[in-house]
Design a protein around this ligand. Structure first.
Ligand code: FAD
Ligand code: NAP
Length: 244
């Protein structure tokens, strides 16, 4: 099986977390912000192991980046983490997924809830639709184990300074270790919504009107958090979920 792409760049984000930028050999990237694409590598028997990965870059950046955590004993991620810049890889020719803003064009408020690498597709959306989002209210919630796992943190803090009225970023750490420099929120990402922090930041009640909520990451987090919003009266079509 011939590989069709090359790993252009690898960034070490934190222990066990890397950002890979991959380019097709013979075509330009073609995707919508919020979508995912398949990456694949052959095993020792020549069988291609494929997995889906959210694209963390935005189409307007003209590249395809992926924010990936190493799953010990996993079939693909240990192979991905052994790659070097310049190595060949398979990248699915078609991107897919529904974590886009196409069905939320009328919304005035957006809540993005991510755990772990679930931040990837939200980063893509936020960068791509900067102009669209600047007149809206945005809450980006990101729950991770340790503060070093807060990928894209500096970029999101910058954005909060740039758009203090519209963009609110809530990084949350669940397993801060002694000596870790973390003075922010502690617990699981759910605590942001459960403690009314979004309303406080927005200076208004959290109501379903004109509000869409996106969830990405741990399946149980997605299930629990979507239930939380459903109980607040949010309609199913305004709750967008990707669990893995
Ligand atoms: C639409 C979609 C988008 C995705 N986007 C991303 C992304 O942006 N970044 C990313 O890192 N992953 C993402 N994933 C997960 C990815 O597809 C793989 O499942 C993951 O990388 C593990 O692959 P593996 O072959 O190493 O492990 P496997 O051999 O497939 O799995 C080994 C074991 O680990 C478990 N496992 C798999 N993933 C995780 C996890 N994240 N945490 C804990 N246990 C796990 C499996 O259930 C299994 O028991 C996405 C999945 C989907 C469906
Ligand atoms: N993150 C890393 O530094 C790292 C490094 C190497 C390998 N790995 C491996 O990669 C895999 C994924 O790790 P990850 O840290 O990216 O993702 P994760 O285990 O899903 O954890 C990310 C965040 O989601 C939280 N979470 C877990 N279950 C939840 C639930 N039901 N509701 C709400 N929040 C929930 C976690 O809180 P809790 O802390 O309370 O679980 C943590 O804050 C694991 O196999 C891990 O061993 C991770």
């Amino acid at each position: 099986m011939a590989y069709n792409a090359v790993v252009e760049k690898i960034v070490d984000v934190a222990p066990g977390i890397k950002e890979f930028t991959v380019a097709y050999n013979d075509r330009e990237p073609d995707f919508t912000a919020g979508q995912f694409c398949v990456l694949g590598l052959e095993d020792e028997n020549g069988k291609l192991i494929n997995r889906a990965y959210s694209i963390s870059s935005a189409p307007k950046e003209g590249k395809m980046s992926f924010y990936i955590v190493l799953v010990e004993g996993g079939q693909l991620t240990p192979r991905l983490f052994a790659l070097k810049e310049g190595d060949d890889i398979f990248m699915g020719p078609k991107c897919a997924g529904h974590m886009t803003i196409e069905k939320a064009k009328e919304a005035k408020r957006f809540i993005f809830v991510a755990s772990g690498t679930g931040i990837a597709s939200f980063r893509s959306l936020i960068i791509e639709h900067e102009d669209f989002f600047k007149n809206k209210k945005i809450a980006l919630l990101h729950g991770v184990r340790k503060s070093c796992d807060l990928g894209y943190k500096d970029e999101m803090n910058e954005r909060m300074k740039k758009y203090p009225e519209s963009f609110h970023y809530f990084p949350v750490v669940s397993r801060a270790e002694e000596g870790e420099k973390w003075n922010g929120l502690n617990g699981r990402v759910n605590m942001v919504a459960e403690n009314g922090l979004i309303q406080k930041a927005w200076g208004e009640e959290l109501t379903p009107e004109h509000t869409h909520v996106y969830f990405c990451g741990n399946p149980k987090m997605v299930e629990d958090m979507s239930k939380f919003f459903e109980e607040k009266g949010f309609a199913k079509e305004t709750l967008h979920k990707e669990a893995y």
